[in-house]
Design a protein around this ligand. Structure first.
Ligand code: DLL
Length: 432
């Protein structure tokens, strides 16, 4: 099932549509957004130079710093009278990034979110419990508008109040859960404590995203909740959720290419890399009016695939996001993403998918310590066996990463649970 036939559009026609919309967008920002025009003038290019999709590479890139430097509304293309909604994403330091939508942008957002839900197998008969945060975060309201556009029944619980979430899932016969993968795990764990199993619920699908999560984590969530867990991707600067979504083939996330053009570039040089090679994802919006984005560097690492998919959609797919360049740890010269450690841990068993990576600097050398939570069964085992387990886990992680690490096994339920995006890295190098 597709929500909109455009998802199956012939590639050539899709490229024509993209080029036309790209040309309109470049003209739009040239006319309406002085910082974009100045950057383009400095590079000696103008809207007339965009003659093919390849010419996209001529345009300057946009970064989070550009949004910060023009805080709050400097990159908006319309005045406040045209803006009907703002959202914001919290930065790690200082001011948040503020994004704005016109009425038309909100309509398009609902459209791509309805597509997302149908792409993962939801229908208008579903009961969708939205446990992403509502508010400045785009997760709650983004999924909400899409589910209403689809005609499903929406239960807007927002994040938190975990026991109440479970009670409502039972009583209202929720069939679709939308939240972060780490919150889905926390919900499953709390169900276990309450003696409730997936058979007591009507859940069949989960639309999980907003943070990186491994396929091993997916399997755990699917088993614990009795669902198909679908990966959904997006970012506030481009729209919110609804930029790309998995279909039931679970083999990459379809980018809604009639609204967003995806490129993958070398994170160091910024030069485009070939399809099939790993790099940083860059998006250009081609229908947004309020806050159009030209070649926005997401810092997310993935691979682009334009092969047709078994579901019949022609829109390109991105591989499950490995992580963010700013969450990538460089330990003694080796690049490491938390999701790689997650995969290794879950493959070994005896541990919960709750972990923290602590990075420190000892005598000028980076040290990585992995705190891992034991399962209850492993924890009540003999001490001798636990020491053996620690050695085993250390070996497993070291084999995956190719560097030496320390492992600290901690008691069940000691690592903080998350209702939104999980925080998995403590970098002590920064405070030394
Ligand atoms: O997280 C939008 C969203 C809400 C997506 C709900 C999916 C579901 P931001 O708060 O601006 O927006 O954070 C965007 O989160 O650049 C990625 O690093 C990360 N991210 C989002 N979805 C995924 C995913 C929302 N499926 C940043 N896998 C992005 C991995 C993801 N990382």
């Amino acid at each position: 099932m597709v929500w909109n036939d455009i998802e199956k559009m012939d590639r050539e026609q899709l490229n024509e549509l993209q080029l036309r919309r790209l040309q309109e967008t470049v003209r739009w920002v040239w006319d309406k957004v002085p910082p974009y025009r100045q950057r383009m003038e400095a590079e000696g290019i103008g809207p007339q130079d965009i003659k093919s999709l390849e010419d996209l590479a001529l345009l300057p890139m946009t970064t989070k710093d550009d949004l910060r430097d023009n805080y709050p509304f400097g990159l908006f293309a319309v005045g406040p009278e045209e803006i009907v909604r703002v959202h914001a994403s919290s930065g790690t330091t200082g001011k948040p990034t503020v994004v704005g939508y016109t009425q038309e942008d909100i309509q398009n957002w609902a459209e791509v979110m309805a597509r997302t839900l149908v792409c993962g197998g939801a229908t208008k008969n579903d009961v969708v419990q939205i446990a992403y945060g509502y508010g400045l975060f785009t997760g709650g309201l983004g999924v909400h508008y899409g589910a209403e556009r689809l005609g499903a029944t929406v239960i807007p619980t927002s994040a938190g109040h975990t026991r109440r979430q479970i009670m409502l899932m039972q009583d209202l016969k929720t069939t679709v859960l939308a939240c972060t993968p780490s919150y889905a795990l926390y919900l499953a764990e709390t169900m276990g404590e309450l003696g409730i199993s997936s058979r007591d619920l009507s859940l069949r699908l989960g639309f999980l995203g907003a943070e990186p999560w491994s396929d091993a984590m997916r399997k755990q969530i699917e088993a614990a909740l009795g669902i198909d867990a679908i990966d959904i991707y997006g970012l506030s600067e481009i729209m919110g959720p609804g930029v790309a979504s998995e279909c039931l083939a679970k083999d990459g996330l379809h980018v809604f290419e009639d609204h967003f053009i995806a490129e993958v570039v070398d994170p160091v040089t910024g030069k485009p890399v070939e399809d099939g090679l790993q790099g940083e994802l860059v998006f250009t919006t081609i229908t947004k009016k309020g806050l159009p984005m030209i070649r926005y560097r997401t810092r997310d690492i993935t691979i682009l695939n334009r092969e047709p998919c078994s579901c019949g959609r022609t829109h390109a797919r991105i591989r499950k996001v490995l992580g963010r360049t700013d969450d990538m740890l460089i330990i003694r010269g080796v690049n490491i993403f938390p999701s790689q450690i997650e995969e290794a841990l879950l493959a070994m068993g005896h541990t919960e998918p709750h972990y923290v990576l602590v990075v420190d600097r000892e005598r000028g050398l980076d040290e990585l310590e992995v705190w891992v939570e034991l399962t209850r069964e492993a924890f009540i085992d003999e001490v001798r066996r636990i020491e053996e387990l620690e050695r085993q886990i250390k070996r497993g992680i070291e084999e995956t990463l190719g560097i030496g690490v320390q492992v600290r096994l901690v008691e069940p339920k000691t690592i903080a649970r998350s209702e939104g995006k999980a925080k998995r890295i403590i970098d002590r190098r920064e405070i030394k």
